[in-house]
Design a protein around this ligand. Structure first.
Ligand SMILES: [Zn+2]
Length: 424
C-alpha cells in the first residue's frame, strides 16, 4: 500500500492529492502508536517556501495549498514534527499522538474557499480512519505552550497563534465540525497559565467569530481546485527519490516592526533570543537574538527579522543575571537542564540556591526537556529517543563539546557518551 489515503479513496472525491513534496525524512520516522488528535496549522508563509521547509524537515503530514491541492509530506502513520512544545489534558508532546495538517496562509487572514473545502474533506477522511472526535480537531495554538521565560514566570498557553481561527464556531461550521472545547483543561488544572488573553478569547469565547480579524470567504463558489482523484500509486521510496530530495534550501524570513508598548516576546515569541532572529535598531545597528541582553532597550521602530527556526527554547545565562530572571519558576525543575560552556550538565532539581548563583555566564538553559543517553555502539539516538531524536528542537551534548541542535550534527557521527535532550 502507498502512504496515503488510497485505502479509503472512495471518500476523497474532492481531494486533489500530490506526492511532489514527500519528505525524505519519512524513512527515519517512528510509527505513531496512536492517533487522538488532528492538529491544524497555518504556514505563516507563501506556498513554495512553506512546502520546501515542511518537506525538508518533515514537519507535517499534509499541506493544503491556496487552490485546495493537498500535498503529502510525511506518511500519515508516522510521527511528524508539527506541534513543538505542546500539551493537552496533561498529555505532552502531541506530535506522538496526532496528525498535523498545514494550510498555506496566516493565522490572522482568511483561507481561500478551496482550502476550507479541501480541509473539510481531508479532516473528515482522517477522522473516519482514526476515530477522532470533532472536538479533538484543534488549531496548533490551542495545544502549543511555552516554558517559563523572561516574560512568563510559569509555563503558559499562548506560545503561538498558529491556526487560531480553526477554533471559532464560524470556521468549524465551514469544516463540518460540531463540538469544540469550551475551556482549556490545562489552564483549569493549573498546569498552565494564560499567556495570551486574546488567543484565549478566540479559542473559547462565545462571540469568538466577531473577534476574528478577517471575513470568511463566501462558500459554494466554484473551487479552483480541479476535482481529480490522484491515487497513491507511486511507491513511497520511489516518490521520495524523485520528488523533494534535491530541493534547494531557502531561508524563510519575515520582518516585523516593534510598535510602542510591545516587547520582543510580543513579536518574536519563543524565537526572541534565537540566533536566527535579528534586531535592526532605528540607527541601523543589527544584533542577533542570542547576543542581545538589554531587552528594555528595544524601542518602537526596531525591526525584527525572524528566521525559520520554529522554536528557540534555549536561554543563555549572561553575567550578573540570575537564572530565575530567565526561566522563572522552572529554575529548579526536574525538566530544566543547565549545560555549562565546557559541556557539563546539571538537572535543575539537583541545584541549590548557592549552586544556582555559581553557574558561569554562557551556561545554556533548557526548560521542559527530558534527557536520554548515553549513546553507545548498541544504543543509537534513534533507539534511545525514538520519537524526537532528529527533531529541530532536540539537542545533543557530545562529550566535552558545547550543546548542538539536532539540525547541526551529522547523525552518522554521534560519539559514544553523547546525551540527548528532547522536548517532553
Ligand atoms: Zn503550527
Amino acid at each position: 500500500m502507498g502512504i496515503g489515503l488510497s485505502l479509503v479513496c472512495g471518500l476523497c472525491h474532492a481531494l486533489n492529492l500530490s506526492n511532489a513534496y514527500l519528505s525524505k525524512r519519512n524513512a527515519e520516522r517512528a510509527v505513531r502508536a496512536k492517533t487522538q488528535y488532528i492538529i491544524l496549522h497555518t504556514t505563516e508563509a507563501e506556498a513554495t517556501s512553506s512546502l520546501r521547509k515542511l518537506s525538508r524537515n518533515g514537519e507535517a503530514h499534509y499541506c493544503v495549498d491556496r487552490n485546495g491541492k493537498v500535498y503529502r509530506i510525511v506518511d500519515r502513520r508516522k510521527v511528524a514534527y508539527h506541534c513543538g512544545t505542546s500539551m493537552w489534558s496533561g498529555r505532552k508532546n502531541i506530535d506522538e499522538v496526532s496528525i498535523g495538517i498545514e494550510v498555506v496562509g496566516y493565522h490572522d487572514r482568511a483561507l481561500t474557499a478551496a482550502q476550507y473545502t479541501a480541509l473539510k474533506e481531508l479532516v473528515l477522511l482522517l477522522q473516519k480512519l482514526y476515530s477522532v472526535k470533532d472536538a479533538n480537531v484543534m488549531p496548533h495554538a490551542q495545544v502549543a505552550y511555552g516554558t517559563p521565560n523572561r516574560w512568563h514566570r510559569r509555563s503558559h498557553r499562548g506560545r503561538k497563534r498558529c491556526g487560531m481561527g480553526y477554533a471559532t464556531p464560524a470556521v468549524r461550521k465551514l469544516l463540518g465540525l460540531k463540538e469544540r472545547w469550551l475551556s482549556d483543561p490545562d489552564v483549569k488544572a493549573r498546569r498552565l497559565t494564560v499567556g495570551d488573553a486574546f488567543l484565549s478569547q478566540i479559542l473559547y469565547a462565545k462571540n469568538a467569530d466577531k473577534l476574528l480579524p478577517y471575513k470568511l470567504p463566501a462558500m459554494g463558489a466554484k473551487s479552483s481546485a480541479p476535482a481529480v482523484v490522484v491515487k497513491s500509486s507511486v511507491p513511497l521510496k520511489q516518490a521520495i527519490a524523485t520528488a523533494s530530495a534535491a530541493l534547494p534550501v531557502k531561508k524563510q524570513q519575515r520582518t516585523v516592526v516593534i510598535r510602542k508598548g510591545q516587547t520582543a516576546w510580543d513579536v518574536a515569541r519563543e524565537a526572541y533570543n534565537a540566533a536566527s532572529t535579528i534586531y535592526v535598531f532605528p540607527d541601523g545597528k543589527r544584533i542577533h537574538g542570542d547576543q542581545l541582553t538589554d531587552w528594555e532597550s528595544l524601542v518602537a521602530g526596531t525591526k525584527v527579522i525572524l528566521g525559520d527556526e520554529a522554536d528557540a527554547p534555549i536561554q543563555t545565562l549572561a553575567a550578573g543575571i540570575h537564572p530565575k530572571a530567565l526561566v522563572g519558576d522552572a529554575v529548579m525543575a526536574a525538566d530544566t537542564w543547565y549545560i555549562r560552556p565546557t559541556g557539563g550538565r546539571i538537572q535543575g532539581s539537583r541545584l541549590t540556591e548557592k549552586s544556582l548563583k555559581a553557574l558561569p555566564p554562557g551556561t545554556k538553559i533548557l526548560t521542559g526537556y527530558a534527557m536520554c543517553g548515553p549513546v553507545t555502539s548498541r544504543k543509537l539516538p534513534s533507539t534511545l529517543c525514538p520519537s524526537r531524536w532528529d527533531a529541530p528542537d532536540t539537542y545533543y551534548l557530545f562529550p566535552g563539546k558545547p550543546l548542538q541542535s539536532a539540525a547541526q550534527i551529522d547523525m552518522k557521527r554521534v560519539p559514544a557518551g553523547t546525551y540527548i535532550f528532547y522536548k517532553n
